[in-house]
Design a protein around this ligand. Structure first.
Ligand code: AMP
Ligand code: ZN
Length: 482
């Protein structure tokens, strides 16, 4: 596989420290609110990458943190803790907020077919790890105490900026309005490893440490959690592009100073999902969540399809119109797959040829739009339906668009559509002739203007847990949960 590496600014052959094994780390969500669909773009693309690597034969250990402490309003370590802000907003405890939004995050991931990482670790569960790392950094002179906090001393590094040649002005990145500068820092680049003094006295979560009661900085969490579960050599670190500076830059600074050797050679950054007005935000404009997509009648997987159509290294603009186009294309694709007949022998030679092409195209810096094109190519292949279905199923282990499952449902539904009566009154249901007969009887009663009988049958259906909807040219029914 060839993957663009933001640390070297080049597309490079993918390599791992231990042959055949990938130690992969992903920055997880800050659980003070729902994830917006921009955050989820990052997780979708990282999910495809993980699944691709598995299909290419790697044994992947994927680790993700849950940021439930230490991520302040500004990425430059100032302002209020985001978790505390969330707790205040909802008049709840910080841990209650964390649990609620962690669950909500994984619900959203489930709806988008994003696999749960092998290890998911809330940051509050690894305080000892951070203290161990910070203690060594203090002992070896990479960290200093000032004003009650422990800071990483970036002047000790030969090279601090890894991803870009920043200058001082770039430190404005991540600094939000109304956030003051921290006068304790010896240099603007220095960052907090451990807070004991914050101007927000009501910081809810605090732990004892050699430097006083306090809490960890956001950056140390990812280094600590990764070293604990991925070991000393990380192969691949992922996150949204806004994390590259200062978060990932600081992770590298502290991890390599602690370990005394290079830490992670490959960095995968997903570019942003924007709105036509600019950066997507949880506070400004429409708060775009998976629930909102569902409320507006979209299948969350149409959003996944929308993301896969574009390359992860390009900013993507979300509009409802763009989503409509993706949803229509996804629907058409499903209908075409549904038209294939399951059963029969797979033509192995054709399968192997197409599969190799898919792996090669996707392996070119995770070209997901070519991955989708590969599905269309499989549909057009000179092969039998069994081979086409096998190919699509295999691609979908990586794309995760539920192509076979959804196509099978469409096929089933088509089979269950009953043509009844001379005028072609169409009943669409779940394939129960007894219920179909009752629905038809009600239709005939209505036609004969015997409304009491029609109502009686509707009530009977309801009592049997059947929800009936009159539609143009017929009726449709489904069983509802009691
Ligand atoms: P957070 O919950 O703020 O810690 O962010 C979770 C993940 O979403 C991080 O990897 C961010 O880099 C990423 N992210 C934030 N905003 C966007 C966006 N608009 N588009 C894509 N990824 C984003
Ligand atoms: Zn991180």
């Amino acid at each position: 596989m060839y993957l663009y590496n933001s640390a070297t600014h080049k597309k490079e052959a993918f390599q791992t420290h231990t042959p055949g094994r990938v130690e992969m780390y992903t920055c997880g969500p800050t659980v003070y609110h729902f994830a917006h669909i921009g955050n989820l773009r990052s997780y979708i693309m990282e999910d495809v990458l993980e699944k691709y690597l598995r299909q290419a034969g790697y044994d992947v250990n994927r680790v993700m943190n849950i940021t439930d402490v230490g991520h302040l309003a500004s990425d430059a370590d100032t302002g209020e803790d985001k978790m505390l802000k969330g707790a205040k907003r909802e008049h709840k405890g910080v841990m209650e907020i964390a649990q609620f939004y962690t669950d909500a995050f994984f619900d959203d991931c489930g709806k988008l077919n994003i696999k749960r990482p092998d290890v998911v670790q809330p940051a509050t569960g690894c305080i000892d790890e951070y203290i161990k790392i910070i203690s060594k950094l203090v002992d070896t002179g990479y960290a200093y105490l000032a004003g009650g906090n422990v800071y990483f001393d970036t002047s000790k590094l030969e090279r601090y900026y890894i991803f870009n040649d920043h200058d001082e002005d770039d430190l404005e990145v991540g600094v939000r309005e109304g956030v003051e500068e921290d006068a304790n820092k010896r240099s603007k680049n220095d960052f907090v490893l451990w807070f004991t003094k914050s101007k927000f006295e009501d910081q809810a979560l605090k732990w004892d440490s050699p430097w006083g009661v306090g809490y960890p900085g956001w950056h140390i969490e990812c280094s600590g959690i990764s070293m604990k579960y991925n070991g000393e050599y990380l192969d691949l670190h992922c996150g949204g592009v806004d994390n590259a500076f200062p978060h990932h830059t600081n992770e590298i600074a502290q991890s390599e100073s602690y370990l005394g050797h290079p830490w992670c050679p490959q960095w995968f950054h997903v570019h942003h999902l924007n709105t036509p007005e600019g950066k997507m935000s949880k506070s400004k404009g429409e708060f775009l969540t998976v629930s909102l997509l569902e409320k507006n009648g979209y299948d969350p997987l149409a959003y996944r399809y929308f993301c896969l159509q574009s390359h992860y290294r390009k900013a993507l603009v979300f509009t409802w119109e763009n989503l409509d186009n993706a949803a229509a294309a996804y629907g058409k694709l499903l209908n075409r797959i549904a038209a294939l007949k399951p059963g029969g022998e797979v033509e192995q030679a054709v399968f192997d040829e197409y599969k190799a092409k898919f792996l090669q195209q996707m392996g070119n810096d995770l070209n997901t739009s070519m991955g989708i094109t590969a599905v269309f190519d499989a549909l057009k292949a000179k092969a039998n339906d069994a081979t086409k279905l096998a190919l699509i199923g295999s691609y979908d282990e990586v794309l995760s668009l539920s192509l076979l499952e959804k196509a099978a449902k469409l096929r089933e539904k088509a089979a269950q559509t009953v043509q009844s009566g001379a005028e072609g009154y169409v009943i669409t249901g779940e394939g129960d002739p007894e219920i179909d007969a009752l629905v038809l009887k009600r239709y005939e009663a209505k036609k004969a203007k015997n409304f009491p009988e029609a109502d009686r049958i509707r009530d009977e259906l309801k009592a049997r847990g059947i929800e009936l909807t009159d539609v143009k040219g017929g009726a449709s029914w489904k069983r509802i949960e009691p």
